[in-house]
Ligand binder design. Structure first.
Ligand code: NAP
Length: 328
């Protein structure tokens, strides 16, 4: 038994530190001594009671961590106690110890701080599954990754470039557009300015975009359909602009578009493991050589989780926010 401290949201506006113990790891699992935990929008919704975790998940918040391996299940041979790793958790990341399947873990390069490592698993997997698998983005194609200033978008632009695609993006101010362009986006439009479609038209991209990762939904959807190329694929993963969209279906059949989406929390364990294997092959070498760099805006002590959530809610961050779980 190992002692653990974790965060429990007793109400949407109060967080308590709770003590318990963790038993031996499952056969395919690792127990991680958590240094940092990544914050995701889903955590904010879970705190507010709007996104209950799946039944088989830990009720403790936190979907991704980095740290060192503290214990191994008997089937785990890829890692050793003390290895530095990052991992996707099935909940339970806001804690001093977290549990993850070994095939949902990635070894951290020596040069990468755990603060940065915690920013990777959820974003890598979300982009890989939605852009490269569901969206079938191929080398030489053009992809629009909305929200280049977001945790997802800041990694997504870099992944698209690494895979040989032309990346376009959107962000909410000229400074944020410039910062997203620096990550490798060839053109970044300002989604807070009127006429997003017009901005892309003027830049010569409207009607020529093969894959679109939509993080906002609502009224953005028709713009996506108008921006897409013939046989384009639109993948929706978020609804910050609304769950309902009014779209012109003629655009879909005239251009033979595909509209799809997914949510990572509901993706089967084996599918996640398969995606991690692809990430190891196609993306991890670029992480090791520094071509892809996780962007961490700020790190908060785990006890200040409500402040950190407030920061994300305000939308002032660029890239990811993480929690430091070492001093809890
Ligand atoms: N389905 C899944 O499996 C999955 C997994 C992970 C994340 N997500 C979703 O993906 C989205 C991004 O997540 P994240 O953690 O990367 O979020 P984040 O870091 O908080 O970033 C939010 C992004 O949304 C942009 N944005 C805000 N309001 C917008 C609007 N009205 N129209 C267009 N863009 C707007 C922001 O741009 P500016 O701040 O520059 O204005 C920023 O780039 C969230 O909706 C999240 O729920 C889904």
């Amino acid at each position: 038994m190992m002692e653990r401290r974790y965060i429990e949201f007793t109400t949407p506006e109060s967080a308590e530190v709770v003590d318990d113990t963790v038993g031996a790891p499952g056969d395919d699992d690792v127990i991680i001594s958590v240094h940092h935990a990544g914050i995701n929008r889903a955590d904010l919704l879970q705190r507010m009671g709007l996104y209950p975790p799946p039944e088989d998940a830990s009720p403790i918040p936190g979907l991704e961590v980095s740290g060192t391996v503290a214990a191994l299940g008997k089937n785990v041979s890829d890692f050793a106690v003390g290895d530095r790793i990052c991992a996707l958790t099935h909940g339970g990341g806001y804690a001093s110890l977290a549990i993850a399947r070994a095939d949902h873990c990635l070894p951290l390069p020596d040069s990468m701080a755990t603060e940065q490592g915690a920013a990777l698993p959820e974003a890598l997997l979300t982009v890989w599954y939605n852009v490269f698998e569901r969206g079938r983005l191929a080398s030489g194609e053009t992809v629009l990754i909305h929200g280049g200033s977001s945790g997802i978008g800041s990694i997504g632009i870099q992944m698209a470039r690494t895979m040989g695609a032309i990346a376009l993006s959107t962000a909410g101010s000229s400074a944020r557009c410039a910062a997203a362009a620096k990550l490798g986006a060839q053109y970044v439009a300002n989604h807070r300015e009127p006429d997003l479609l017009g901005q892309f038209s003027e830049a010569g991209y409207a009607g020529n975009i093969d894959v679109i990762l939509d993080i906002a939904g609502g009224d953005l959807m028709q713009t996506n359909l108008d921006l897409a190329a013939q046989d384009g694929r639109i993948v929706c993963i978020g609804v910050m602009r609304g769950m309902q969209s009014e779209i012109n279906l003629a655009t879909v059949f005239m251009k033979r578009l595909t509209l799809t989406g997914s949510t990572l929390r509901r993706l089967e364990t084996a599918e996640r493991a398969r995606c991690f294997q692809s990430i190891r092959e196609h993306i991890w070498p670029a992480i090791i050589n520094g071509t892809i760099t996780p962007i961490v805006d700020a790190s908060y002590p785990l006890q200040k989780v409500l402040e950190a959530h407030q920061h994300m809610q305000s939308g002032r961050h660029f890239g990811k926010l993480v929690l430091d779980c070492r001093l809890i």
